[in-house]
Design a protein around this ligand. Structure first.
Ligand SMILES: *[C@@H]1O[C@H](CO)[C@@H](O)[C@H](O)[C@H]1NC(C)=O
Ligand SMILES: *[C@@H]1O[C@H](CO)[C@@H](O)[C@H](O)[C@H]1NC(C)=O
Ligand SMILES: *[C@@H]1O[C@H](CO)[C@@H](O)[C@H](O)[C@H]1NC(C)=O
Ligand SMILES: *[C@@H]1O[C@H](CO)[C@@H](O)[C@H](O)[C@H]1NC(C)=O
Ligand SMILES: *[C@@H]1O[C@H](CO)[C@@H](O)[C@H](O)[C@H]1NC(C)=O
Ligand SMILES: *[C@@H]1O[C@H](CO)[C@@H](O)[C@H](O)[C@H]1NC(C)=O
Ligand SMILES: *[C@@H]1O[C@H](CO)[C@@H](O)[C@H](O)[C@H]1NC(C)=O
Length: 444
């Protein structure tokens, strides 16, 4: 993240993109574009991370032949901002645009706590007229923007986007193989917060008397960095944030280790911490905002939880699956059969065998894959599954490489729909439409 980059991205007229709850009157249902969606995401195929690709996921039950999607590039770094056209063949699918320069995807630091577009937007065009537009956007204040709607509902009733192994990110291109297979994110916790994630999966350990975020056996980032990121964000927004501390892979042997750690967390986050005795998952957003504290720590250490003020852990549903079909099956199971609140771990895992074979392949300059590549391939599918099938019961969703999915957009869209007077119309349209076999992938 190049916050100080001189390449400034334009904050487009957000009015154009601003969506608010209940904006649709159900009369709109006769409009072909009532439920139309365009969601942009981006990721890198390559571990050097320099070139990114943009994926546009599009979906419109009211599709007509001849409709097309247009990508707009608004990038001052390019002398001639350009636009590209593609023609979707079906009513939904996704399109990839290759080789976008990463420097064009930075956000502007002056207005970091306001939603802003990151240089790319896409429009759905019918007969020469733009009918729907969305941009690749940050979401630093989505809860507060929806406060009227959220005040009335409980924490467990909305979809909350989050990240898996949130502290395992690398600023620079990974140099070693180990890094390649342990990194699960591109951005710091601060970046993830700005992009809209509100749930963080954190595995702290103690090494030489310092707390670290650890993945497997590897020290990823000093915990203090994460804490500072969260504090900075909390200080500047009204968002409610969940940190899930679990696993404690190193240096936590005794009860005292946990006591010390909790004391440290309380000291660090004191004024922001929502105490367990004052609230629960059934509390409304209004209640939490009323406490004037917005940070919730879920602490996964059963024997100590009752003594302290952190919230108890919730189930993290992790399928440990290697293929797209298995992930879909697993998520279908979780979203149908497991009660909320719970975290759905919507990512692929590489098993030891895969890591070894891919490492060897790489050493010999052969085709290989990494977690990043897996995440960029699965990202649009996860977006699609939640948008079409799992929106109803979804709770917290934790993904790898947040930017590579549209999960934030899907969560916000379905939260808005769920609490609008048109919810049933949206569900009916989605279900009717799901019965048609119309999903294709268009690679460009
Ligand atoms: C691109 O940026 C310019 C300058 O801020 C703005 O006038 C224009 O409307 C933007 N274009 C799009 C497509 O948003
Ligand atoms: C497309 O637009 C033109 C002119 O704006 C109009 O004459 C024509 O009927 C439209 N076609 C369709 C299929 O709506
Ligand atoms: C998403 O991409 C932006 C722009 O490249 C980057 O600054 C940020 O760190 C990424 N965020 C996450 C959460 O990966
Ligand atoms: C956040 O605000 C608190 C209280 O106002 C202050 O002590 C702390 O230094 C701030 N931290 C950051 C990272 O801005
Ligand atoms: C939280 O709970 C404690 C103990 O029940 C109570 O003393 C305190 O006033 C509560 N705080 C708020 C803000 O409700
Ligand atoms: C949910 O659980 C039931 C009963 O165990 C099972 O029959 C069903 O297949 C499960 N649903 C999914 C989608 O896995
Ligand atoms: C939501 O959960 C309920 C209760 O477990 C289940 O009956 C229902 O089928 C689920 N809905 C979907 C769309 O999976």
């Amino acid at each position: 993240m190049v916050k100080s980059s001189p390449i400034v991205l334009l904050t487009w007229s957000l009015i154009l993109f601003h969506r608010s709850a209940g904006q649709h009157d159900c009369q709109d249902i006769s409009d072909d574009f009532f439920a139309a969606q365009i969601i942009l995401s981006f990721a890198s195929w390559k571990d050097n991370g320099v070139k990114q690709h943009i994926a546009i996921y599009y979906n419109n039950p009211g599709f007509k032949h001849g409709d097309k999607i247009e990508l707009h590039v608004n990038d001052t770094a390019k002398i001639q901002p350009f636009a590209k056209y593609y023609y979707p063949l079906t009513m939904n699918g996704f399109v990839y645009f290759m080789d976008i320069d990463i420097s064009s995807l930075t956000y502007e630091s002056q207005s970091i706590y306001q939603q802003q577009c990151l240089g790319y937007s896409a429009s759905w065009i019918r007969n020469g007229t733009i009918r729907k537009t969305n941009c690749l956007s940050t979401h630093p204040d989505w809860m507060y923007q929806r406060r009227k709607m959220l005040e009335k509902v409980s924490l467990s009733s909305i979809i909350i986007p989050g990240t898996h192994n949130s502290g395992s990110y690398l600023k620079n291109p990974p140099v070693s193989l180990i890094e390649k297979f342990t990194a699960t994110q591109d951005g710091s916790i601060f970046d993830q917060l700005i992009m809209g994630a509100r749930y963080f999966d954190l595995r702290p350990g103690k090494h030489n008397d310092e707390y670290w975020i650890i993945h497997g056996d590897y020290l990823m980032t000093p915990l203090q960095k994460t804490i500072d990121d969260v504090k900075q964000f909390m200080n500047n927004t009204q968002e409610i944030v969940f940190l899930h501390f679990k696993e404690f892979p190193q240096g936590f042997e005794t009860k005292q280790d946990h006591q010390e750690f909790m004391k440290y967390l309380k000291k660090q986050f004191g004024t922001h911490l929502v105490l367990r005795r004052n609230s629960s998952w059934k509390s409304s957003f209004k209640h939490i905002w009323g406490l004037n504290k917005r940070l919730i720590i879920l602490y996964d250490q059963n024997s100590y939880k009752s003594v302290y003020e952190m919230w108890p852990s919730i189930p993290q549903m992790w399928g440990n699956v290697q293929s797209r079909d298995d992930l879909r099956k697993y998520l279908a199971f979780v979203e149908t059969n497991i009660t909320r609140p719970r975290v759905s771990m919507a990512e692929l895992t590489m098993n030891t065998y895969e890591i070894i074979t891919h490492s060897i392949a790489e050493a010999f300059g052969m085709e290989h894959t990494s977690l990043r590549q897996k995440a960029s391939l699965i990202g649009p599918h996860v977006t699609q599954w939640y948008n079409k099938f799992f929106y109803e019961n979804a709770s917290i969703i934790a993904v790898d490489y947040l930017n590579a999915t549209g999960i934030v957009e899907v969560a916000l869209e379905w939260n808005d729909r769920k609490f609008s007077s048109c919810y049933n119309s949206y569900v009916d349209l989605t279900k009717q439409y799901n019965t048609k076999k119309n999903f294709i992938i268009t690679g460009v």
